[in-house]
Design a protein around this ligand. Structure first.
Ligand code: HEM
Length: 402
């Protein structure tokens, strides 16, 4: 078999898919997809293969042989988060994943909604409901998912402000690696005695489940538990924060869809969540790597080529979603690819969906006539966050009838 040593010419100039925000990213992706199902693009000064269709992105996620997660995560998140599930492969990944997954299964998640999710959403809304206006990013979307993870772990409520700061510093790792490393260490020092305590006195919190869960005689070590807990801040909290921001941004900039949602929250809220995840997935352009030279789905890929799985292009693939640029909460389609696919697909997708539906419902019930303030449209637009992979709004300055 002949193997490629060069990708040839790039299909687009003037945009670097590792660094640059493009406000018109959906048009750029659509223009490339009209030419072919993948593109060769500039990426951190080298060339990468960008996958653009629903079929190719789904197939690539499933193909751990060719695009193993373990070929990229040890370099990108490893230094700050340690050896997480995303850095693992094969049996080690299967064992760790089997031990952490039960807490996030759909049935188990349904049990959190009343005791945990709803009270937390209302607790945060109580802090501003009588004010008549707020920035929902600053006071709701950035707080709710971190507090939820912290309460799921059963961490002391008096430490929540510190935990929020650690989560923030971990998120901004590419801008301030020192602060992120410090946050990672401080969190580990804080959580280690708690893990020891839960081993001897387990309760019904997530840490207790993680230290007592047993698969064929094997339990997680302290290091494995710590890596998983650290991973939950970027993987579980930041993603949900951005997803909630994106869905709210879509609704606030499409008043007809907001009106429809408000007309029957019980019917439409879950579909507004799925449509928000499709329209602007928080993980839009996911970097991976191709360690060995391969001919894959007709694409000749040289060894060590960076790959970009464009979930945001796949979610607007007209072969799967008619009128893909329309934000339409009556679509009734679950854009599951927003959570990846295959062995490393999101372990917390049902929790994320429950969090999003609960938050959206609570906000609309408590804040009648919720709308953007005059002049707030520009900041409410979804844009790149901490590099191009993640997308969300910078601010959602809203008002309502009081
Ligand atoms: C809307 C919110 C969320 C989105 C869009 C999202 C998206 C994703 C995606 C795309 C992946 C695959 C990454 C890859 O293949 O490289 C992933 C993995 C993961 N997610 Fe999520 N996620 C969300 C919420 C959550 C929540 C709430 C949790 C848990 C509390 C969670 C835990 C994880 C874990 C542990 C992995 C790694 C799985 C593995 O490597 O086996 N995520 N997520």
């Amino acid at each position: 078999m002949t193997v490629a040593t060069d990708l040839g010419d790039v299909d687009i100039e003037g945009v670097d898919f590792a660094f640059e925000d493009r406000p018109d990213i959906h048009e750029v992706l659509e223009g490339l997809r009209e030419l072919k199902s993948h593109a060769v693009v500039p990426f951190a000064g080298v060339k990468a293969v960008l996958l653009l269709t629903n079929d190719l992105v789904a197939a690539a996620f499933k193909d751990e042989e060719v695009f193993p997660a373990s070929a990229i995560y040890p370099m990108t998140t490893g230094p700050v988060l340690g050896k997480t599930l995303q850095c693992m492969a094969g049996d080690e990944h299967r064992k760790n994943r089997a031990l952490v997954s039960p807490s996030f299964q759909r049935k188990r998640v349904a049990e959190f909604i009343e005791p945990l999710l709803q009270p937390l959403a209302h607790e945060l809304i109580d802090r501003f409901a009588d004010r008549g206006s707020v920035d929902l990013v600053a006071e709701f979307t950035t707080r709710y998912p971190v507090l939820l993870i912290s309460r799921l772990m059963g961490l002391p409520e008096q430490d929540e402000a510190t935990i929020h700061r650690w989560a923030h510093d971990l998120f901004y790792f590419p801008f301030d690696p020192e602060a992120a490393m410090r946050a990672s260490q401080d969190f580990s020092d804080f959580a280690t005695p708690i893990i020891a305590d839960r081993r001897s006195n387990p309760g019904d919190d997530l840490i207790s489940v993680l230290v007592t869960e047993n698969q064929e005689g094997e339990t997680l070590t302290d290091d494995e538990v710590l890596s998983f807990l650290r991973l939950l801040f970027p993987a579980g909290a930041d993603t949900t924060m951005l997803a909630l921001g994106n869905t709210l941004s879509a609704l606030l900039t499409h008043p007809d869809q907001m009106e429809l949602l408000r007309s029957d929250l019980a019917e439409h809220a879950i579909w507004a969540v799925w449509e928000g995840l499709r329209w602007e997935p928080p993980v839009g352009l996911l970097p991976r790597a191709c360690p060995e030279a391969v001919s894959w789905n007709g694409i000749d890929i040289p060894a060590l080529t960076p790959m970009v799985f464009s979930i945001n292009a796949a979610n607007r693939d007209p072969d799967v979603y008619p009128d893909p640029h329309d934000f339409d909460i009556t679509r009734r389609k679950q854009a599951m690819l927003s959570f990846g696919r295959g062995p490393h697909s999101c372990a917390g997708n049902w929790l994320a969906i429950a969090e999003l539906e609960t938050a959206l419902t609570a906000l609309l019930q408590r804040l009648p006539g919720l709308r953007l303030q005059d002049g707030a449209e520009a900041d409410a637009k979804v844009t790149s966050q901490v590099g191009v992979a993640l997308r969300g709004p910078n601010a959602l300055s809203v008002e309502w009838d009081v």
